[in-house]
Design a protein around this ligand. Structure first.
Ligand code: UN1
Length: 489
């Protein structure tokens, strides 16, 4: 298999290629044409040219193209899900969910084609009219991670397109095969040349060139905090609009009156689903002391039973982590945790399946101290830290102290405490009696503190990044009318 870059409606090969590896088998899945700086230049040029007509294409027609993308995605869901699993390792049921999120987003944003709502308001002069409407921003640069290789890009690509922008997408070099397959769907749907461009490349050069390019007006990034900060700094100097979605250190808070079985099931899913590699994954379990012993027992039993392996195998519950570097980073955090005095209940080792793959045993830590490295840093792997507390107030205090603020969940049957938590938890997402993962596309997605920079993806909120407000005043009085001056004492 070979996958190429997509610029101005054409698939472009390259003299140099790089490989993408299946993390469950360590086999090379595909060879990928490597984009270079000249490709960045052609992509920006193509997108700028295409913008001229795409912005004038009526939004309902742009919407119809998105509906078509949604239809094709539905037909190809299984084929794409299998490729996605091979490209980055998540189990097939979750890969299907990843594609489904894009299908949902395609239809949701397709519908925006007949909304993209602005507003009118009364004006202070007679025979004058005022309205505010949305303009597209221009050429958009989209930089995305490997953990949700279709869902996360779809939160950016669909709103960018419906609003009339053109785009250049630089996905993670860990998932180039599924990214190219996703791009093909837009080609098949009949998107005009230059509206959607794909650049595949390892390393930082191509991404940096996109960030720095004066022709790219808006940047939307999901990924590491270090890269996000660097992008925001560069974008700040160039006066670009930039949206960042970075790390999380999400907590599940469990009060003594919680439904124990439900908590155990939900925690297992939130902590070890996607092998803990979600920005929304639960990595802290903040438990009230009364329920703690029984909950640990229930969780330990469930964790030990988890089946690791190749995500294409339907019996497998936990796939590999993305690569060797991730494996070592996770293990390093686990060792630091042990040195800091936290106690391993299970896991804490690099493992394999039939001698192959980048697998890490799902790990439970007990006695994790608030403020310790394990409690504070994002591990991005299957590692859950248990922290015991006396009260709801103490739990919320620990939750809110995190430098990240993406997702928090609380389990309680007490409506008063649930509402107190909803009011006092400071994260972008809050769940009651549900784990920290599983956001739906019709609501804003993003976080506070170190997780983001104030923007939200998905929902109608997504349109804020990809549009510029334009206020229009029409004076039909036929004479000079001075606002704030005439009509006044
Ligand atoms: C991510 O990990 O970056 O809410 C996205 C969830 C998924 C999306 C996660 N719908 O867990």
């Amino acid at each position: 298999m070979e996958f190429q870059n997509y610029i101005n409606g054409k698939w472009i090969s390259s003299k140099t290629t790089f490989a993408t590896v299946n993390p469950a088998t360590e086999e090379i899945l595909a060879q990928i044409a490597e984009a270079n700086l000249a490709d960045v230049e052609s992509a920006v040029q193509a997108a700028s040219e295409a913008f001229k007509s795409w912005r004038l294409t009526p939004a309902p027609l742009r919407g119809e193209l998105l509906f078509k993308v949604g239809d094709i995605l539905k037909t190809k869901k299984e084929e794409l899900a299998r490729l996605l699993t091979q490209d980055m390792g998540k189990v097939i049921t979750e890969a299907r969910g990843d594609i489904q999120e894009a299908i949902d987003m395609a239809y949701f944003m397709g519908g925006e084609g007949r909304r993209l709502l602005g507003y009118t308001a009364p004006v202070e002069m007679p025979n004058k009219f005022g309205m505010a409407m949305r303009d597209p921003s221009g050429v958009v640069g989209i930089i995305t991670p490997w953990n949700f290789p279709i869902a996360v890009p779809s939160w950016k690509i669909f709103p960018a397109l419906i609003a009339g922008n053109t785009l250049i997408w630089k996905p993670s070099p860990e998932t180039p095969a599924i990214s190219a397959a996703f791009t093909k769907v837009f080609e098949e749907a009949g998107l005009p040349a230059g509206v959607f461009n794909l650049l595949l490349a390892p390393g930082a050069e191509v991404g940096r060139a996109l960030v720095d390019h004066p022709g790219v007006r808006v940047l939307s990034f999901t990924g590491s905090t270090t890269t996000g900060r660097a992008i925001a700094e560069a974008a700040g100097r160039l006066n670009k609009k930039v949206s960042l979605e970075m790390g999380g250190k999400n907590a599940i808070i469990v009060l003594d009156d919680a439904d124990l079985e439900l908590v155990a099931d939900a925690t297992l899913w939130a902590a070890f689903g996607t092998t803990g590699q979600r920005c929304t994954a639960a990595s802290r379990l903040i438990v009230q002391k009364g329920i703690a012993p029984k909950l640990k027992e229930a969780l330990l039993a469930r964790t030990k039973k988890l089946t690791l392996g190749n995500g294409l195998d339907l019996n497998v519950e936990v796939g590999p982590v993305i690569n060797k570097i991730a494996l070592d980073r996770i293990h390093n955090y686990v060792q630091v945790g042990q040195k800091e005095g936290a106690r391993v209940l299970t896991g804490a080792e690099i493992t394999d399946v039939n001698g192959k793959g980048f697998f890490y045993a799902p790990t439970l830590f007990d006695g994790v101290r608030p403020g310790s490295t394990l409690e504070a840093e994002e591990v991005f792997g299957p590692v859950l830290s248990i922290i015991e507390v006396n009260s709801l107030e103490e739990a919320i205090e620990i939750n809110n102290r995190s430098k990240y603020g993406l997702s928090t969940s609380i389990f309680t049957q007490d409506v008063n405490r649930a509402f107190t938590a909803m009011r006092d938890i400071f994260t972008g997402l809050v769940y009651i009696n549900h784990g920290t993962t599983g956001a739906e596309i019709q609501f804003p997605f993003g976080g506070v503190r170190g997780t983001g920079n104030g923007h939200r993806e998905a929902g109608q909120t997504a349109l804020e990044l990809f549009t510029e407000w334009k206020s229009i005043y029409v004076d039909y009085s036929g004479k000079l009318q001075r606002a704030q001056i005439d009509n006044r004492e």
